[in-house]
Design a binder for this molecule. Structure first.
Ligand SMILES: NC(=[NH2+])NCCC[C@H](N)C(=O)O
Length: 473
C-alpha cells in the first residue's frame, strides 16, 4: 500500500455502523430517547455564551448584537443540516470524526478528531472557568461571601493561583458520568429545564424594564461590528452537535439524531435572541463593559427590578446551566475517543467498557484528569477562540462530507437529507471559512501549532496502529 493510499483510505459506512455499540469488555446501552437527545444538545450548547459572552459582545455591535446572534445562528444552521444528514446515515458515537472516516479518509478523520478535542475537551475547560464566576456571584447574593480569587481564577488572571472551582465542577460531572449514561442524561434533562426557565424568567424581568430608546442607534458600529460580534458569539452555538456523539446510546438513532440536532438549534436560537433583546432593552448598551467577565445577566436582572433577588435566581440558573455544559461535553469527548480507539487511532484503553455500568470508565477518568489540569491552570480567554476555530474546521469537514457521500454512495439509506443540495453544504462550508477568517491572528497560530502536534501524534501512533492496516480500499 502506498503512503497516499494509507492516508486516504476510508472506512466503509456499513462497517462503521455495524461496529456501533461494541467496546472492549462490554457494550454501550441504548437508553436515550428523542427528548433526552435534544436536551443533551441543548445542555451542551446553552451556557457561558449567553451568561458571560453576551456581555462582552455588546460593546462590539451595540444593540445590533441581536442581529449578530441571528447571523451566528444562520451559520450554525447550515452545518447543523449537514450534521443531521450524516448523523442519520452513520449513527455512531464518533460524530464528525466518524463521518470524515467514511468520506474523506483516515488522515482527514484524524485531523477532525483532533479538532474535536478543541471543541470538546478544551472548551469544557473554558466553560468551567465561567462557572467559578457565577458560583461566586451566586454565593455573594445568597450569603454575602465570595470564594477567594486565588481559587476561583486561573493563574495569570488577577489574584488567581489554581482555579479550584473549575476543577470541582469537572470532577462532579465526572462522578455523574461514571454512574451511567442514562443517569447523566436524566440529570442533564433536569438541569436544562432549570436553565431554560431561569432564562425565561430573566426575559420577563428585563422586559418589565424595557426602554425602546435603548435600541437607537441600532448599529453604531456598522456591519463590521455586527460580523465581529457574530464571530464572537458563534461560540455560544457550539454544542448543537452533541447528540451526534450519543449515536451508540440512542434508542432510535437514525430517526432521532437528525431531529435532536435541528430542534436543539431552534430552541437555543429563540432563547438567545430573546435574552439578547431583553438585556439591551433593560440596560443601555454603553453600560456593557467588554473587559468585565462579571456575571452580566445577573447584574441586569438586579438593575431591572432594583433588588438583589432576581440576580440570585439568574446566578443560580447559570451555575446549573454551565454545569450541564460541562457534563454533556465531557461525555461527548469520551465517546469520540471511544470511536477513535475502536479504529486503532488512539490507544485501546479508551474503548474499554465496564460490563456492569456499561460506561467506558478508564476513558472517562483520563479525559477528566486532562480537563482538570487545563481548567485549573490555563487562563482560558484565548482558549474559547481556539475552540471556535477547531469547531469551525470540523463543521466545514462535515459539510464537505455530505457532498462526498452523496456523490460516492447515493444509494445509502438516509433518514434526513439536507434541503437544496448541493447549495446548502457548499454554503455551509463557505460560511465556516468566513467566520474562521474573522478570528484573530494568534488564534490561527495556536491552531497551526495544535495541528502540527496532531500530525506528529498521528504518524507516531495512529498510522501504525490503524485497524485498517493491511486492507486497501
Ligand atoms: N462542544 C461543546 N458543546 N462545547 C461547549 C461550547 C460552549 C457553549 N456553547 C457555551 O456557550 O457555553
Amino acid at each position: 500500500m502506498t503512503l497516499a493510499q494509507r492516508l486516504f483510505r476510508t472506512k466503509p459506512t456499513e462497517r462503521i455502523v455495524a461496529e456501533g455499540g461494541h467496546g472492549e469488555g462490554g457494550e454501550l446501552r441504548r437508553t436515550m430517547s428523542l427528548w433526552q437527545l435534544t436536551l443533551f444538545s441543548v445542555g451542551a450548547t446553552l451556557g457561558t455564551g449567553i451568561f458571560v459572552i453576551l456581555g462582552q459582545a455588546v460593546p462590539k455591535a451595540g444593540p445590533a448584537v441581536v442581529l449578530a446572534f441571528v447571523l451566528a445562528a444562520i451559520t450554525a444552521l447550515f452545518s447543523a443540516l449537514s450534521y443531521a444528514e450524516l448523523a442519520g446515515t452513520i449513527p455512531v458515537s464518533g460524530s464528525s470524526y466518524s463521518y470524515a472516516y467514511a468520506t474523506l479518509g483516515e488522515l482527514v478523520a484524524w485531523i477532525c478528531g483532533w479538532c474535536l478535542m478543541l471543541e470538546y475537551a478544551v472548551s469544557v475547560a473554558a466553560v468551567a472557568v465561567g462557572w467559578g464566576e457565577y458560583l461566586n456571584s451566586f454565593l455573594h447574593a445568597l450569603f454575602g461571601v465570595t470564594l477567594p480569587e486565588a481559587i476561583t481564577r486561573s493563574p495569570g488572571q488577577d489574584g488567581g493561583i489554581v482555579n479550584v472551582a473549575a476543577i470541582v465542577i469537572v470532577l462532579l460531572a465526572t462522578w455523574l458520568l461514571l454512574y451511567g449514561a442514562s443517569e447523566s442524561a436524566m440529570a442533564n434533562a433536569v438541569f436544562v429545564l432549570i436553565k431554560i426557565v431561569v432564562l425565561l424568567f430573566f426575559c420577563v424581568v428585563a422586559f418589565s424594564a424595557f426602554q425602546s430608546g435603548n435600541f437607537a442607534p441600532f448599529a453604531p458600529m456598522g456591519v463590521a461590528g455586527i460580523t465581529a460580534a457574530a464571530s464572537q458569539v458563534f461560540f455560544s452555538y457550539i454544542g448543537f452537535d452533541a447528540a451526534s456523539t450519543a449515536g451508540e446510546e440512542a434508542k432510535n438513532p437514525k430517526r432521532d439524531l437528525p431531529l435532536a440536532i435541528i430542534i436543539s438549534l431552534a430552541i437555543v436560537t429563540v432563547v438567545y435572541v430573546l435574552v439578547a433583546a431583553a438585556a439591551i432593552g433593560a440596560m443601555p448598551w454603553t453600560d456593557f463593559n467588554a473587559e468585565s467577565t462579571e456575571a452580566s445577566l445577573a447584574h441586569i436582572a438586579d438593575l431591572a427590578v432594583g433588588a438583589t433577588w432576581p440576580g440570585l435566581i439568574v446566578s443560580f440558573g447559570a451555575v446549573i446551566a454551565i454545569a450541564s455544559v460541562v457534563l454533556t461535553v465531557i461525555y461527548g469527548q469520551t465517546r469520540i475517543l471511544f470511536a477513535m480507539s475502536r479504529d486503532g487511532l488512539v490507544p485501546r484503553v479508551f474503548q474499554r467498557v465496564n460490563p456492569r455500568r456499561q460506561v467506558p470508565i478508564a476513558n472517562t477518568l483520563i479525559v477528566a484528569a486532562f480537563i482538570s489540569v487545563l481548567a485549573g491552570l490555563v487562563p482560558l480567554g484565548q482558549l474559547a477562540e481556539a475552540t471556535s476555530i477547531g469547531t469551525l474546521f470540523a463543521f466545514a469537514i462535515v459539510n464537505v462530507g455530505v457532498l462526498v457521500l452523496r456523490y460516492r454512495s447515493p444509494e445509502l439509506p438516509r433518514s434526513f437529507r439536507v434541503p437544496l443540495f448541493p447549495a446548502t453544504p457548499v454554503l455551509g462550508a463557505i460560511l465556516c471559512a468566513v467566520v474562521m477568517a474573522g478570528l484573530a491572528g494568534v488564534t490561527w497560530v495556536a491552531f497551526g501549532l495544535w495541528m502540527l502536534l496532531g500530525l506528529i501524534c498521528y504518524f507516531l501512533y495512529g498510522y501504525g496502529h490503524s485497524r485498517l492496516n493491511g486492507e486497501v480500499r
